[in-house]
Design a protein around this ligand. Structure first.
Ligand SMILES: Nc1nc2c(ncn2[C@@H]2O[C@H](COP(=O)(O)OP(=O)(O)OP(=O)(O)O)[C@@H](O)[C@H]2O)c(=O)[nH]1
Ligand SMILES: [Mg+2]
Length: 309
């Protein structure tokens, strides 16, 4: 004897309360399975309204996803990997970090932005794979608006294109980014370079004269290192090592290029920033090792600093 349809409707309402997205769809499916299979009458009406509920839930969750996607910034800078589908963005992310990510020999393996941290010269930098942008993305095709929103919040862009591909396929993507009014420091990673002749790299460089081209292959560790350095250059940051009581700390800190000794002291502790008397500097910005400098001395990438109290 099936549950009276009014009772079923009440049960359904109660079970659906407070659910959203995938969870809501799962509950609806369970309810559908429990519903007597009548073709007409109140049970058939219930079935229809539950089926409509699935569609509505889908539309709602898409709307939520589309409005915006937030990728929390981590590390010293956030660099987005952007390019057509299936060029090797995930493979690059995997080769440069600890994450396990799906890669595949087909388009749109990655559907959401995927962040991963990579260490460059001792500093953590965040790379974010942006799923394949398609023509019309700036008008929201393929959920493009939310993806471009992530890009808008990034510090820089590494465009990715198969080294032996026709440059036109990347032009499509780049045009969408520019049409969205996004213009950030950028490089062009010519991916799967192990499968491309030197002329292919030249062809890309000619097609994109304003982008430094970095040939890269996940099979070639040296090329990955060159790519890391190019990403570091994109951040525009400098690395400075701290020295305390004669011992240099292993991991450098990342600073804005205009950083002074006072900024370093302040980064260590606000009180120190206010009270320290000066510093000693080793490295490119010092005239000689251990040079005594004042608060406003500008630092350079590769310096080592000891704050004097
Ligand atoms: N020979 C070679 N193949 C590569 C390299 N990098 C990636 N591939 C292959 O290229 C295909 C696509 O790789 P993915 O990393 O999934 O590409 P993607 O750009 O993330 O793709 P979507 O997320 O689908 O847009 C896979 O079959 C990889 O094995 C490379 O450096 N050399
Ligand atoms: Mg991918």
């Amino acid at each position: 004897m099936p549950m009276p349809h009014r009772t079923f409707a009440q049960v359904a309402k109660r079970r659906l309360t407070g659910t959203e997205g995938r969870e809501r769809i799962r509950v609806v499916r369970e309810l559908l399975a429990e519903l007597p299979d009548y073709r007409n009458g109140p049970y058939a009406d219930l079935r229809k309204s539950l089926l409509a509920e699935i569609d509505e839930t889908r539309v709602r969750s898409n709307a939520v996803h589309r409005d915006s996607i937030a990728v929390r910034h981590e590390g010293a800078a956030q660099i987005c990997l952007v390019g057509p589908p299936n060029v090797g963005k995930s493979s690059l992310l995997q080769a440069l970090s600890e994450i396990q990510i799906k890669t595949g020999d087909y388009a749109f393996t990655t559907l959401r932005p995927v962040p991963a941290l990579t260490r460059i010269g001792g500093v953590l930098v965040q790379l974010v794979e942006i799923p394949g942008l398609i023509e019309g993305a700036s008008e929201d095709r393929g959920g493009g608006r939310a993806l471009l929103g992530v890009l808008r919040g990034a510090d820089a862009i590494a465009y990715c294109c198969r080294a032996n591909a026709d440059p036109a396929v990347l032009e499509v993507v780049r045009d969408e980014v520019l049409a969205a009014g996004i213009d950030k420091p950028s490089i062009l990673a010519a991916t799967q370079a192990d499968e491309a002749p030197q002329q292919a790299i030249l062809r890309l460089a000619t097609a994109f004269p304003d982008l430094p081209v970095v040939p890269v292959s996940v099979l070639d560790e040296d090329s990955l290192e060159v790519f890391r350095l190019a990403v570091w250059a994109l951040t525009g940051l400098i690395r400075v090592r701290l020295r305390k009581n004669g011992v240099v700390e292993e991991e450098p800190i990342a600073l804005e290029p205009s950083a002074t000794v006072a900024d370093v002291a302040d980064a260590i502790h606000h009180d120190l920033g206010a009270s320290f008397s000066g510093a000693r500097v080793w490295g490119p910005s010092a005239r000689f090792d251990g040079q005594r400098v004042g608060r406003e001395h500008s630092l350079t990438d590769g310096d080592t600093v000891e704050i004097l109290v």
